[in-house]
Design a protein. Structure first.
Length: 159
């Protein structure tokens, strides 16, 4: 169940996605929050330079493995503007991170891109639990998904 604290962190993830867009990058943003509510790490996409692996969720997984114990990682939550791609889901699983809460789903993104005539990416869009069975996942959150859709539309010149 998504509560007010989750919504606050999800709003920040969407803000980070907007920051990515303002910087000329794909609009995705994510943050890592400890069990006690402390924001430990936040970032947005950095793929505009040509490295398609520079997703914030992947950065979170790498960061967490060198700075957190396995128990701390398992108790943490990743908030993200868009559901993890398969690469980021795998990194999340290998790092042993806990719950994921996202504003918009991969299925929504695929649908929007199809609607706009934008070619699919090089990796199949899969639900997180298809890649990492058992991790707790919450989303999409429809009110914020519409904001993410608007950011994606702007990035793809469809607004």
């Amino acid at each position: 169940m998504v509560d007010d604290t989750d919504l606050r962190h999800l709003r920040r993830a969407v803000e980070l996605a907007a920051e990515a867009l303002a910087a000329g990058d794909e609009p995705f943003g994510s943050l890592l929050v400890a069990a006690d509510g402390t924001v430990l790490f936040e970032d947005h996409n950095h793929v505009a330079g040509g490295d398609g692996t520079q997703h914030p969720e992947f950065a979170i997984a790498r960061w967490s493995t060198t700075r957190m114990t396995p128990a701390e990682r398992a108790a943490a939550t990743v908030y993200t503007s868009g559901e993890h791609c398969a690469m980021c889901s795998a990194a999340h699983g290998w790092a042993g991170l806990g719950r994921i809460v996202y504003a918009s789903s991969s299925a929504q993104l695929v649908s929007w891109l199809e609607e706009w005539g934008v070619p699919a990416g090089p990796v199949r869009a899969l639900p997180v639990n298809d890649v990492v069975p058992g991790v707790e996942v919450e989303g999409p959150v429809e009110a914020l998904a519409e904001e993410v859709r608007a950011l994606q539309a702007h990035f793809h010149d469809r607004d």
